[in-house]
Design a protein around this ligand. Structure first.
Ligand code: FAD
Length: 387
């Protein structure tokens, strides 16, 4: 009997699964390590598979999101010199019934959090592990009282403490790239509303600009960076300015306009696909289960799919164990293909012990771009059938 669910992590996936469980009348409590639900200084794109999942979780929520973000209508690709490479209209709405919606991370998190009773979100709770038996799970927090639950969901992201207690596979894998990003209120004549522009150079550097609506924009830059532990002197702003020194406008103007303290500098990391991510009364969701490099923009979108499916299996399966087995069986093949496709596009290679397994996944992930897009965006959240 599922009386109480403890969710570790009040990020995008944790909040989405909490809403989905509340809608089904299940007592779901969120435990977040941060003292505030704070901005992580990013924008992100929510696409048809993610928007359809959110709409299934909380009918009407996609209208609020659309009011808070910017539907992308045009993608532009340029050389670092400013020379045009290609321009393409975004036709997701026409093809799949939902747009590519660019939105500030902080607004998305606020909108999700506002769909929950405030007393169900517990801040300043850093999970440090759990123990379980056939009657329940005991969850431990740093300097705080432990919590009892019937089910524990680890939605605590790339460095998941729940995953470490369950699987113990150590640090994430560094993908060989450093990233810099910022969100700011800014406009520039070369950056029209409802557009995403990327600039690239043959040495692997990329600089992207994303209109987020309401006068905000997000920029994200990446560069090959051989060793994540090498942090040079000076601040992040001077490092990114130096890396993109001779790039054409609007790169220089936007870097100049960004406050140094608003720039987030992070190594890009992922992990190879897992063969199992549930154990007894504990399971994982989102980046804790299947972290991916942000190339295809699917981390949050697949977390929303996870949230919907997990809530459905928990409502309809005869037992928690059956629900978690069905959830994993349904989610693993899809998320593995997306993880691998991301990794291939990012020229990733993993350690030898996972290579045989990855070769099998790679074959499944090798379809044409059009086939992949249709498979990805045609995802429709459905209700799990149990007899
Ligand atoms: C720059 C950038 C751009 C991106 N763009 C896109 C995009 O366009 N589209 C897309 O779909 N995805 C994108 N992603 C990926 C996406 O943001 C993640 O995949 C998504 O946030 C995963 O959701 P999550 O809930 O699993 O993890 P998160 O959203 O990371 O949330 C994890 C939460 O757990 C908390 N936490 C961590 N450890 C503990 C602990 N021990 N105890 C308690 N709480 C803990 C954290 O504070 C955090 O709030 C992007 C990521 C980045 C960095």
């Amino acid at each position: 009997m599922l009386k109480k669910v403890a969710i570790i992590g009040g990020g995008l996936g944790g909040l989405a699964v909490a809403i989905a469980l509340h809608k089904q009348g299940i007592n779901a409590q969120v435990y977040e390590k941060a003292r505030f639900l704070h901005s992580v200084g990013a924008g992100l794109s929510i696409v048809p598979n993610g928007l359809n999942s959110l709409e299934a979780i909380a009918p009407g929520i996609t209208e609020s999101l659309k009011g808070a973000g910017s539907p992308t209508q045009m993608l532009t690709l340029k050389k670092s010199t400013g020379e045009m490479i290609a321009q393409k209209a975004v036709t997701l709405m026409e093809k799949y019934g939902q747009p590519m919606l660019l939105i500030r991370w902080s607004r998305l998190q606020e909108i999700l959090a506002s769909a929950l009773p405030p007393e169900t979100i517990h801040l300043d709770r850093r999970c440090i592990g759990f123990e379980q038996n056939d009657k329940g799970v005991e969850v431990y927090f740093d300097g705080r009282d432990k919590v009892q639950a019937d089910l524990l969901i680890g939605a605590d992201g790339l460095n998941s403490a729940v995953r470490q207690t369950m699987i113990g596979d150590g640090e994430p894998c560094y993908a060989g790239r450093m990233s810099w990003r910022a969100v700011l209120k800014y406009s520039h004549e070369m950056l029209p509303a409802n557009e995403v522009m990327s600039m690239t150079a043959p040495d692997g550097k990329i600089f992207g600009f994303f209109d987020l609506g309401s006068g905000y924009m997000f920029w994200a830059a990446t560069s090959l960076w051989p060793d994540e532990s090498i942090i040079h002197t000076g601040d992040a702003k001077s490092r990114v300015q130096e890396k993109f020194l001779n790039w054409a406008e609007p790169v220089q103007a936007i870097l100049k306009a960004t406050n140094a303290e608003d720039i987030v500098e992070r190594p890009i990391c992922d992990r190879p696909p897992l063969q199992n991510w549930s154990q007894g009364r504990v399971t994982l969701l989102g980046d804790a289960a299947h972290p991916m490099v942000p190339l295809l923009g699917q981390g949050a979108n697949t977390a929303f799919e996870d949230a919907w499916e997990l809530s459905q299996h928990l409502c309809h399966a005869p037992s928690i164990t059956d629900a978690l087995v069905s959830y994993e069986n349904s989610r693993k093949p899809r998320t593995q293909i997306i993880q691998i496709r991301n990794a291939v596009q990012a020229n990733r290679s993993y350690k030898a012990d996972s290579e045989t397994y990855l070769r099998g996944m790679l074959e499944k992930a090798q379809v044409s771009d059009r086939e992949f897009e249709e498979w990805l965006y045609n995802y429709k959240p459905s209700v799990a059938a149990y007899t």
